[in-house]
Design a binder for this molecule. Structure first.
Ligand code: HEC
Length: 378
């Protein structure tokens, strides 16, 4: 027993005697840190260039108003986990950040607004063309080429990452590529590893230069990068540094893929709660028949939930096209449908605990399959 204890201590000392707070491979941890890094944005660049004594380790003040609030799907404001900072990947592709704020708004790796807000610049743009869709499993390899952003703007995650970091989502105008790249490299080279984000990964925090070199004996074991990701910032070219950032963020993306080459997991809920629910099936007539692109708001008690009917969720996966709403103790709900063609329909006082089928322009129609009869509609 004692001998065992002694061995553990000796190992700990060899590694600087501090532990790994996060259980993930080093490349995933570093990719995660880059994904959350808020200083790559143009807003932060402006902040440090506006005064001579500021450098990349100066705390931003005031933060970018674009990241001061998140929106839920009904457009209501939510506390933004990155308020007082500037734009980063995670502000649009939220992880579990809002699960504690509101269980109903706790979708992960996507935002809730109809379109994702972007930093204000002289071109007057204030949002992206879409909102950030869930991106779990987005990097799974496939037999057809990768085409990201739906319109095929990027052919690989590395390209997407570099294009995004130096692009409009981070506040950079198309003419500012060189400035954006120089700024990102400045942050990476001169970071002192002391901010809260750096400290999250253990042992009081390490500068990017030390983490990316990967040889400091004080690094916790979990933060020692495998050789293919290591780079010496004092000698590497700008291109090589940017490529390394792309590869590390890809390592992080790969870590949020589920059931890769494994049998699917089927979870069955055997809980019998006293709560109520409503399932909504849509049939388009003027809009496409599957009503892909429709948005449904369900109001019950004093609450509202919104869901969009999408054709897919991330890659090779989709959800049940019948939208499922949990109603808690409420036994009726009002349904508002925004059909893809622009028609808006309202149904009041729909009874809970049933599948309700709604046809565009007609209202409630009999449900085929599992649906029970509609108890009240009007
Ligand atoms: C301002 C919000 C915003 C920021 C910041 C942002 N994204 Fe996105 N992202 C989006 C939106 C919106 C989409 C959906 C496609 C579109 O509208 O172009 C998307 C799509 C993606 C996709 C592809 C999903 C698919 O299936 O095609 C990946 C991967 C991704 N983002 C990764 C990143 C990474 C990595 C970063 C940080 C470097 C980042 N995003 C920063 C808004 C953002």
């Amino acid at each position: 027993m004692l001998a065992c204890f002694a061995v553990i201590i000796a190992r700990g000392e060899a590694r600087g005697a501090c532990s790994d707070p996060i259980d993930a491979p080093a490349a995933v941890q570093v990719g995660d840190r880059l994904f959350r890094e808020t200083r790559f944005a143009q807003f932060f660049f402006n902040f440090i260039t506006a005064a001579p004594n500021r450098n990349v380790n100066t705390t931003l003040k005031p933060g970018d108003p674009t990241v001061s609030v998140e929106q839920n799907a009904a457009g209501k404001p939510l506390r933004d986990p990155f308020r007082n900072q500037s734009m980063n990947c995670r502000n649009c592709h939220l992880g579990n950040d809002l699960l504690g704020t509101s269980r109903l708004d706790g979708r992960t790796y996507c935002d809730f607004a109809r379109r994702s807000p972007i930093p204000a610049r002289s071109d007057g743009l204030s949002t992206t063309p879409r909102n950030a869709q869930p991106m779990v499993s987005v990097s799974i390899s496939r037999q057809v080429p990768f085409l990201f952003h739906f319109d095929g703007e990027f052919a690989s995650i590395e390209d997407l990452t570099l294009g995004t970091l130096t692009g409009r989502n981070f506040g950079w105008l198309p003419s500012e590529f060189a400035q954006a790249e120089a700024h990102i490299i400045n942050v990476i080279k001169n970071d002192n590893g002391k901010n809260a984000l750096a400290r999250r990964y253990g042992c009081g925090g390490f500068p990017y230069s030390v983490v990316l070199l990967g040889t400091d004996p004080k690094l916790p074991k979990g933060l020692v990068l495998p050789p293919q990701y290591r780079i010496d910032l004092t000698t590497a070219s700008d291109d090589a540094i940017m490529q390394d950032v792309g590869s590390l963020i890809l390592a992080y993306m790969n870590s949020i893929a589920f059931n890769l080459n494994e049998p699917p997991s089927l979870l069955r809920n055997d809980l019998r709660g006293g709560h109520h629910w409503l399932k909504v099936k849509l049939i388009g007539t003027k809009s496409n028949r599957s009503a892909i692109g429709a948005r449904v708001l369900v109001r019950y008690g004093k609450k509202t939930q919104a869901q969009a009917l999408t054709s897919q969720s991330s890659f090779y996966s989709s959800n049940d096209p019948r939208l499922h709403f949990g109603l808690g103790p409420e036994t009726t709900a009002d349904i508002e449908i925004h059909w893809p063609n622009g028609l808006r329909e309202n149904l009041k006082g729909i009874a809970a605990d049933q599948l309700v089928t709604i046809q565009e322009g007609t209202g409630v129609v009999p449900s085929k399959g599992w649906g029970k009869r509609v108890a009240s509609a009007g």
